[in-house]
Design a protein around this ligand. Structure first.
Ligand code: BGC
Length: 759
């Protein structure tokens, strides 16, 4: 329906009907207005499958939803570094939405993994904003290609579960712009999600649901968002303020209380009716976009999606360690699978994203027909491993050529609603791993977890496969990877620190009371570890393969550009091993040495390509201003410092294989206003200002440095270097204190007027 018709409908609505349309009919539906033929539409959680609740509704996954397909969770799919694959997963989910008459799937969830402790990290994508943005934009493209909407969430800075409905994420604008916003920004600019879900928390003291700067100035006016904003479930604080801020739809509803408040506010002149009209217009736009494109006869082939889910899970797994090429295993090898997760894998997380699966395949089931034995090892529910269980595990390990221990985090360790308090896996699992590794030198660990864990046992095992929460078919994927039917190609979308105490926000995470200060600023994940040159367990971007790749011949389209130009980067990737495999070519930009404190390097491009043994192929990237820019608080915009940057190609943030320099020249000057407190060294950087200042610097030089060209005589208390530094750091007003009697009256004022371009 075109906008004219939608406006005509709104013109016929009463104020009460309009206010009513701005909140849900129930947990999962928008309201119908039968009198005017406005249909109700349904939304449902996801995002890695459908959690459509038909009867008893709740939003925490307590009650069952329809039988659906659980794809790998965000923690896993991000590790695929594969836009195309995530798009295909989105298409499958879009098809199931059409089949189930769902207008919007509530996701993707894209909040940055600020700390490994966040209980919802398993749903989120990455510590890196570029990767998170590219992956979520691809997912949205996939779902929306089926004429079903997405709701990118949770906007914004929702990086902890602790006090999630009241805490304020306090960060400076540069940190928000560089780290916490870009996933949303990229999604809006590339894929225009139909809806955005605002978060529970406050940002610098203002609830997201009431934040006009966030929901209107940035989201709509700057980025161009066209859909509607809905609240997270129960995130609406002051509804009237929210309408004006740009919160269109309150979910689920307030039982009519907030609708009445909207009506009253309009009647009393505290809220413009046009604000309510605008919210209705945005909601109806999406309601009709779905309703007019509904295809309930779309088939939902769950078996086919189960197979797709297995394929995707295999693409996401990250081979962290593979000493002596222990993996892949030979299908004739005798192998002991140890640990309850082999039989009952943990493949999804708890809370609103929990999918009621129509089917599950464990590794043990998938290994049917292979020479595999099983020992339970530990009891997940009891969080324990009896001596008998350990003895059984050791015996199984001894009897087999290779032992594979399935370990990781039980449901209770990480979930929506609360944060972890440590980064360890259960002690009983550590015991099993160590006992098995002592019994069999060929021990492999398969991990099921949604966020990094400490691995004190890493030196005792030969191989580690990070399977994350790989969806209902994770067992199939695990067996394919272990036995070489699939070549692992996932890469870490987050750093694995050695220990919790190493993490960038260790001192402040969770905050004090309702205040969570993001004091580490832009130094999140590898931006922090790299800057501090700290050892990590596994770096961001790391991931092994059963084959080897080589990168060569790095070419730049220019060795010097302006920030308004684009730069094309080309590199040749070659499979130098004997198996087909996929490599993720990662492009980092190393910042120029400048005034601004910046991370050492930042991911600005990646491509995943498949190569046959011996095959080589060129991979190209196009970089624009954003690849070199930081957020300038002074400018209120992106800015590039002049200087020499490096284009780095690597296999992880710590394994850079090729590097080439490029000079980038800024076309924007950061505006400066000089005053009496401006210091000399800042002023003389600007050639025009330096010229204006020349008479004064000469006068001061004559006073302070009559012998500037000579070496300081030995034993002098004040060296020439110190004098030079003093002058550099001296404010303009200092000239009155130190040389006032030698300067004409009014010189300071005249000078400032010249410096500021007024004369
Ligand atoms: C979660 C959202 C979810 C919503 C609906 C909230 O508690 O934060 O991610 O979409 O519930 O279930």
């Amino acid at each position: 329906m075109d906008i004219g018709n939608i406006r005509a409908i709104i013109a016929r609505m009463t104020l009460e009907e309009k206010a009513g349309l701005c909140s849900g009919a129930d947990f999962w539906h928008t309201k119908a207005v039968e009198r005017l033929g406005i249909p109700a539409t349904m939304v449902s959680d996801g995002p890695h499958g459908l959690r459509k609740q038909d009867e008893e509704t709740d939003h925490l996954g307590v009650n069952d939803s329809i039988e659906a397909v659980c794809f790998p969770a965000g923690c896993a799919t991000a590790a695929s570094f594969d836009r195309d694959m995530v798009r295909r997963m989105g298409e499958a989910i879009g098809d199931s939405c059409q089949h189930e008459k769902l207008s919007v799937v509530l996701g993707p969830a894209v909040n940055i993994k600020r700390s490994p402790l966040c209980g919802r990290n398993f749903e989120y994508l990455s510590e890196d904003p570029y990767l998170a943005g590219e992956m979520c934009a691809a997912y949205i493209r996939g779902v929306q290609s089926r004429n079903v909407g997405t709701s990118i969430k949770h906007f914004a800075a929702n990086n902890q579960e602790h006090r999630r409905m009241s805490s304020s994420s306090d960060a400076d604008e540069r940190t928000l712009r560089e780290i916490y916003f870009p996933a949303f920004e990229t999604a809006v600019k590339q894929s225009q999600p139909w809806t955005v879900m605002c978060s529970y928390n406050r940002i610098n003291g203002v609830y997201a649901s009431e934040n006009r700067w966030l929901l209107t100035d940035v989201l709509r006016n700057e980025w161009g968002f066209e859909g509607y904003v809905m609240s997270d479930w129960g995130a609406t604080a002051d509804r009237v303020v929210g309408v004006h801020a740009g919160l269109d739809l309150e979910m689920p509803s307030s039982g009519g209380v907030n609708d009445a408040r909207i009506v009253q506010a309009v009647r009393e002149g505290r809220l413009a009716e046009s604000d309510v009209d605008l919210a209705c217009e945005r909601i109806l736009n999406i309601v009709y976009r779905y309703a007019e494109n509904a295809k309930p006869d779309t088939p939902w082939d769950k078996e086919a999606q189960h197979a797709l889910s297995a394929q995707i899970a295999a693409e996401c797994m990250v081979l962290l360690k593979n000493e002596g090429d222990l993996l892949p295993l030979d299908k004739s090898d005798s192998v002991a699978f140890i640990g309850e997760f082999a039989e009952k894998p943990r493949f999804q997380g708890g809370g609103s994203s929990h999918i009621h699966c129509f089917k599950k395949t464990s590794a043990l089931q998938a290994a049917d027909g292979l020479n595999v034995t099983y020992a339970r090892g530990y009891d997940v529910a009891a969080d324990s491993a009896s001596d008998g269980m350990i003895a059984e595990a050791v015996a199984a390990a001894k009897a087999a050529k290779v032992a594979v221990v399935f370990a990781g985090l039980p449901d209770s360790y990480e979930s929506e609603g609360y944060d972890r308090t440590h980064m360890r896996i259960p002690e009983c699992q550590v015991k099993v791993i160590e006992a098995v590794a002592a019994a069999n030198p060929n021990t492999v660990v398969v991990l099921h977890n949604g966020s990094p864990v400490e691995m004190p046992w890493i030196g005792k095992v030969k191989a580690v496969l990070e399977a994350y929460l790989g969806g209902q078919a994770v067992g199939l994927a695990t067996v394919r990877v272990l036995f070489g039917d699939a070549n692992p190609s996932g890469h870490l979308a987050e750093s694995f620190p050695l220990r919790l105490q190493d993490t960038p926000c260790y001192l402040y995470y969770g905050g004090e009371g309702n205040t969570a200060e993001y004091r580490e600023g832009v130094f999140v994940g590898y931006r922090y570890y790299d800057k501090r040159e700290m050892d990590v367990l596994f770096p961001f971007g790391h991931g092994l393969s059963y084959t080897t790749f080589e990168y060569s011949n790095l070419r730049l389209s220019a060795d010097s550009i302006r920030d308004t130009d684009t730069l094309t980067v080309t590199v040749t990737a070659k499979n130098t091993g004997s198996r087909a495999g996929k490599t993720v070519v990662q492009l980092y930009v190393r910042a120029a040495a400048g005034e601004v404190i910046r991370p050492v390097r930042e991911l600005k491009g990646f491509e995943k390509i498949e190569l046959q043994p011996g095959e080589s192929r060129d991979v190209s990237f196009t970089l624009d201003k954003r690849a070199f820019a930081y957020w300038s608080m002074a400018l209120g915009d992106w800015h590039v410092e002049d200087g020499e940057y490096a284009i780095e190609i690597g296999r992880s943030s710590r394994d850079i294989e090729l590097s080439a320099p490029v000079r980038v020249a800024s076309t924007t000057a950061v505006p400066v206003r000089y005053d009496a407190n401006s210091i000399f060294m800042d002023i003389v950087k600007d050639a025009r200002a330096a010229e204006a200042l020349k008479p004064l610097t000469d006068a001061l030089d004559a006073v302070f440095r009559p012998n500037a060209d000579e070496d300081t005589p030995a034993g002098e208390a004040i060296s020439n270097e110190m004098t030079a530094a003093m002058l550099n750091y001296m404010p303009l007003r200092g000239m009155l204190s130190f040389a006032g009697d030698k300067l004409p009256a009014g010189m300071l004022e005249q000078l400032l007027a010249r410096l500021n371009g007024k004369v």
